[in-house]
Design a binder for this molecule. Structure first.
Ligand SMILES: NC(=O)c1ccc[n+]([C@@H]2O[C@H](COP(=O)([O-])OP(=O)(O)OC[C@H]3O[C@@H](n4cnc5c(N)ncnc54)[C@H](OP(=O)(O)O)[C@@H]3O)[C@@H](O)[C@H]2O)c1
Length: 383
């Protein structure tokens, strides 16, 4: 039996992971489920999965679970408890699926403890990719992507020499506003932005997909995950979300991974790649789809994809700025404090104001992250 800790168990990825675990209850079991505030969802998960531990990082949410968990399931509260669950010697694998850079300490602790880490929480690599992957190498931790695009690339790279790669290509659906008249984009509401045409995801990543900031974050994620120089990273619009990622080799051949858009596929792959776990995703019927379309990314419609070029060409501080400013601006849009088109505008202003310097220590990551969050709040106030 292998034991997993799921960080962000109460979210969308956490729900898909629970489904995969239940399908393979003979081989995998939840050691700990970690949520933040959604105690109602945690209660359902605790009864379904019977973990040894439940942790709510919000102590008021943990209070709500007292005396209500199934017999034998123990309760803890706070981020330190989450870190303890990610590093416990009984744990074989950690699924990092909190949202935002708040997930970095627990995911990094898992890496330091040498765990296999299934990484959905891309903000960890955007904020501290160099430190995260270096720690993984030093501590013998295996970091396996959960993002569907990176899981696809991981499969297309398997067993092939890194030096033979000419390009890594991430596909992007283009989100709900791929064909929307740019002149009306300022009027987009949070309710419209959180509805993705192909994927059912949490609110923050759905808005990131609508601005295409998600693809910008994923390019930085790919840079560290696959140790690829920025000039070998690219993105292409593929509205059907059937081809998830491609690797172009120096001989001109391109390997692609195709599957129905269902996160249970990449999660199952991250939990165990060899042999692949089944996940009950529907089988592809390409004849039924009939066609697969591709188009270049329109940087005027999606200015986040223009900004990412500057970020990838610069030092690590720019990625910290991009991520922190985006987390604040994305939330401000969902709180109806700024219009949709100001999300990327505010991020651009933060990038113009922030420094372009290398960041080698974790303390520096946190101080910059904090500084940029404050700066972005003041930019929003002064819009
Ligand atoms: N959803 C997808 O299909 C998908 C695909 C690829 C990658 N990802 C990535 O996976 C991560 C999770 O995405 P998601 O869609 O599952 O998000 P989500 O549905 O919003 O879930 C986020 C999870 O993080 C927890 N959380 C929120 N704030 C927290 C805090 N301050 N401290 C500790 N935990 C906190 C939430 O807890 P509560 O709900 O209990 O408050 C929840 O368990 C993101 O980084 C996203 O980019 C998601």
């Amino acid at each position: 039996m292998k034991y997993l800790t799921i960080l962000g168990a109460t979210g969308s990825i956490g729900g898909s992971a629970a489904d995969v675990l239940l399908r393979h209850a003979d081989a995998f079991s939840a050691y700990a489920l970690v949520g933040h505030r959604n105690h109602q969802r945690m209660l359902e998960l605790a009864y379904a999965l019977h973990p040894r531990w439940v942790v709510m990082t919000d102590s008021a949410a943990a209070e709500q679970l007292k005396g209500r968990l199934p017999e034998g399931v123990q309760l803890e509260a706070g981020m330190d408890a989450a870190i303890a669950m990610a590093t416990n010697p009984s744990v074989d694998m950690v699924l990092a699926a909190m949202v935002g850079s708040v997930g970095l300490p627990a995911a990094l602790a898992a890496v330091r403890a040498g765990k296999r880490v299934g990484l959905a929480n891309k903000e960890c690599l955007v904020t501290a990719g160099r430190i995260f992957m270096q720690t993984a190498r030093e501590c013998g931790a295996e970091v396996v992507p959960v993002d569907s695009e990176h899981a696809a690339v991981h499969q297309c790279l398997a067993g092939r020499a890194h030096g033979l790669v000419s390009r890594v290509i991430l596909t992007a659906s283009g989100g709900p506003f791929r064909d929307r008249d740019p002149a009306t984009m300022h009027a987009i509401t949070p309710d419209e932005a959180v509805v993705h045409p192909n994927w059912n995801m949490g609110a923050k990543i759905s808005v990131d997909s609508a601005t295409m900031m998600n693809k910008a974050l994923e390019l930085i994620e790919a840079r560290w995950l696959f140790d690829m120089p920025p000039e070998k990273l690219s993105a292409i619009i593929h509205p059907q979300s059937i081809v998830h990622g491609m690797v172009e080799y120096l001989d001109g051949s391109v390997l692609a991974q195709l599957a129905a858009p269902d996160m249970r596929g990449p999660i199952a792959y991250a939990i165990q790649a060899d042999p692949h776990l089944t996940s009950d995703i529907s089988m592809l019927d390409l004849a039924k789809h009939g066609r697969l379309d591709f188009q270049a990314v329109d940087e005027v419609r999606f200015p986040a994809m223009r900004l990412i070029k500057t970020v990838l060409a610069g030092h690590d501080s720019l990625a910290i700025t991009l991520n922190a400013a985006n987390e604040i601006a994305n939330q401000a849009f969902r709180d109806r404090r700024i219009p949709f088109t100001d999300i990327v505008r505010v991020v651009e202003q933060a990038l113009e104001a922030g420094e372009d310097v290398s960041v080698d220590a974790l303390d520096d990551v946190w101080s910059r992250d904090h500084e940029i969050r404050c700066l972005t709040e003041s930019l929003i106030t002064n819009l």
